[in-house]
Design a protein around this ligand. Structure first.
Ligand SMILES: C[S@@+](CC[C@H](N)C(=O)[O-])C[C@H]1O[C@@H](n2cnc3c(N)ncnc32)[C@H](O)[C@@H]1O
Length: 387
């Protein structure tokens, strides 16, 4: 089956898997160059609505494939022999039976496929990670169907694993609709999700997108604090047919290199997303009108929603950098980079463009660059000076 067939009608999953795959592709090579063991933990494994008999459209199979590729590359190019360890967790019995069938077929990696809920498996996961030894690096993927089962207090021991990184699917579309629910139990469940009740004041009185941003920012802030992560960013995954957010993939790391790799994956994913949305929306129009269209989906696609989101986050990212520049006057390039890239859909190329423009306008100077260097670099003591 082609990717188009595997993800027909669930293009949001295509984008999620694309980001996971692209990120792990480079993550595994980079981390595997320094660490002897890669540990991948899929806390909500599925399979879930998968169509491929080989589970090509399931996160656990996609991840293992990338880890294996990296192991082969590292063996070929560096003579390194890294170990792969995976912990796959799935609560429902039927899905777990398939997960186990997949796990049992793997002979070249250590796999544990557990039939249990995340809430009762944390000590086992931590123990599994620790058994990988001091030269093992864990990546934790949390991909639920709603907002329960991964309460902040529950996942805290996973977030605190250091070394370690996490990718969390924050079901924004779903959460947004219930944030204001008067139901006490729902409100308590949100408090447990966010790890505190402060989210309420953060989202209060805000309209649609402002509200979503505030919720995602608050969750990211709390998860970073709980796990001791210095850095975090997120990718927005849109509804295929409607102009609204389906979920945000929140990425947490302690290493700027991780942000660089994740942002690259996000940038490529946005193109995949717009192409997939164009097709999904054309399919919907054709079904409604009962008549084919003369032009292809790309030609007919209205990307106004994506463009307006990109404008929105570029403005936010630029404001963050400007405010830091104006208050500090002297800002290390990597600090400007971290601020700009904390926003979805904002990339280093955007930051470089603003810097060039501010330089042209005589507002900014870059110091600390080598004689032939044209643009600032990270980790080279390059400073932005606001004049
Ligand atoms: C969104 S799906 C996962 C999809 C998968 N990660 C992928 O991308 O292919 C969520 C899965 O988690 C399982 N699940 C739900 N609650 C759970 C819990 N508390 N602990 C573990 N698994 C759970 C569901 O049965 C479902 O298979």
């Amino acid at each position: 089956m082609s990717n188009g067939e595997l993800y027909l009608g669930r293009e949001q999953t295509l984008v999620k898997h694309f980001i996971l795959q692209k990120y792990l592709e480079r993550f595994a090579c980079i981390v595997g160059s320094h660490w002897d063991t890669l540990t991948y933990v899929d806390c909500f494994s599925g399979p879930w609505n998968a169509r491929s008999e080989e589970f090509d459209d399931s996160s656990f199979a996609i991840a293992l494939k990338e880890l294996r590729n990296a192991r082969d590359v590292l063996a070929r190019q560096r003579g390194r022999n890294i170990q792969l360890r995976c912990f796959f967790l799935e609560k429902t019995r039927a899905a777990h039976a398939k997960l186990k069938q997949f796990a049992d077929s793997v002979t070249d990696a250590t796999i544990e496929a557990r039939n249990a809920a995340l809430e009762e498996s944390i000590p086992d996961i931590v123990d599994f990670v620790r058994r990988g030894g001091s030269q093992a690096f864990p990546f934790i993927f949390i991909d639920p169907t709603g907002w329960t089962g991964f309460e902040m207090e529950t996942i805290a021991p996973l977030l605190r694993l250091n070394p370690g990184e996490a990718l969390i699917n924050f079901m924004t579309g779903h959460i947004r609709r219930f944030l204001d629910s008067p139901d006490e139990e729902t409100q308590d469940s949100f408090k447990r999700l966010f790890g505190s009740g402060t989210f309420r004041t953060k989202v209060q009185g805000l309209a649609q997108l402002e509200r979503e941003d505030a919720a995602v920012e608050e969750y990211t802030r709390n998860a970073k604090a709980v796990g001791g992560f210095r850095l975090g960013c997120n990718a927005i995954v849109l509804h295929p047919e409607m102009d609204r957010t389906h979920f945000n993939l929140i990425y947490l790391t302690r290493n700027p290199k991780g942000i660089e790799v994740f942002k690259d994956a996000e940038k490529k994913a946005m193109e995949v997303q717009e192409a997939a949305r164009a097709e999904a929306q054309q399919r919907k129009r054709v079904a409604r009108k009962g008549q084919a269209e003369l032009f292809g989906s790309k030609e007919l696609h209205d990307s106004a929603h994506y463009e307006s989101l990109r404008d929105r986050y570029l403005t936010k990212a630029q404001d963050l950098v400007l405010r830091a520049l104006q208050s500090k006057t002297r800002l290390l390039y990597e600090d400007a980079w971290t601020l700009a890239l904390s926003q979805p859909m904002a990339w280093e190329s955007d930051l470089k463009q603003w810097i060039a423009q501010w330089k042209d306008e005589g507002l900014l100077e870059v110091v600390g660059m080598q004689p032939r260097q044209k643009v600032p670099h990270r980790n080279e003591d390059n400073y932005l000076i606001w004049k």
